[in-house]
Design a protein around this ligand. Structure first.
Ligand code: PGA
Length: 255
């Protein structure tokens, strides 16, 4: 089953990087990825002000670029928000929605995240829908319930055709930026559950949807995580800020 799904490795720069450093990083990633890319898709999600820079430096390369969030609205009086259509003007492919930092710090509900995913799809972008449990939720044995609620809100709002185009990123909150990675078995268990839930909607869609793992992925643990049957690549935070480390993760996804 996993052979049908090319692995997808996407960097999430978060609020890091300035224009000068970005130029070096983007150029190095584009150059390195072209040699590695066979069978793997590669992307970087940059802060909004650098979308034009990413477009300029990555156009024509194998690396696609993305945005880290989009508004749940198509446009209008929403000061500070960025519409998916605006990102599309800069050739963006991916839009991360529902990252745990946004769910936690901006109180984004599953329904709001679902609307964001829908706006992204309507603008022609591929939403990377992040789901994941906190340490307390895992310890309380509610991981599947939490992820179920986050995922179902998205599946409910999308048509089947739209649902087939999403990427899901399983990011246990306790593993993000902490250096504590889920074991490959822990990741596989949740990924298989996510796929089974999508299959509850439609088995064909479930077979197509990529499920990335995110949370302290680095070159040293990527190959083991990516070898699991339901792990279709990774969403990479800290390790995407160094070209060499990020490219080593891309290489691990190539198998
Ligand atoms: P990390 O972040 O790789 O730094 O843990 C992952 C993410 O938040 O997407």
């Amino acid at each position: 089953m996993s052979r049908e799904r090319a692995k997808l490795v996407v960097g999430n720069w978060k609020m890091h990087g300035r224009i000068g450093d970005n130029a070096t990083l983007l150029t190095e990633v584009a150059a390195g990825a072209s040699a590695l890319q066979k069978g793997v898709r590669v992307g970087v999600c940059v802060p909004c002000p650098y979308l034009a820079q990413s477009q300029a430096l990555l156009s024509g390369s194998v690396v696609q670029w993305g945005i880290q969030d989009v508004s749940a609205h198509a446009g209008g009086a929403f000061t500070g928000e960025v519409a998916a259509e605006m990102a599309a003007d800069f050739g963006v492919t991916y839009a991360i929605v529902g990252h745990s930092e946004r769910r936690a710090y901006h109180r984004e509900s599953p329904e709001l995240v679902a609307s964001k995913a829908q706006r992204a799809i309507e603008a022609g972008l591929t939403p990377i829908v992040c789901v994941g449990e906190t340490l307390e939720e895992r310890q309380a044995g509610t991981t599947e319930q939490i992820i179920g609620t986050q995922l179902e809100a998205v599946l409910q709002i999308l048509t089947e055709e739209q649902a087939a185009g999403i990427v899901v990123a399983y990011e246990p909150v306790w593993a993000i930026g902490t250096g504590k990675t889920a074991t490959p078995q822990q990741a596989e268990e949740v990924h298989a559950h996510i796929r089974a839930r999508i299959a509850g909607r439609d088995a064909k869609i479930a077979a197509l949807v990529r499920i990335q793992y995110g949370g302290s992925v680095k070159a040293a643990n990527a190959a083991e995580l990516f070898s699991m049957p339901n792990v279709d690549g990774g969403l990479i935070g800290g390790a995407s800020l160094k070209a060499e480390e990020f490219l080593a993760i891309v290489a691990a996804a190539r198998g």
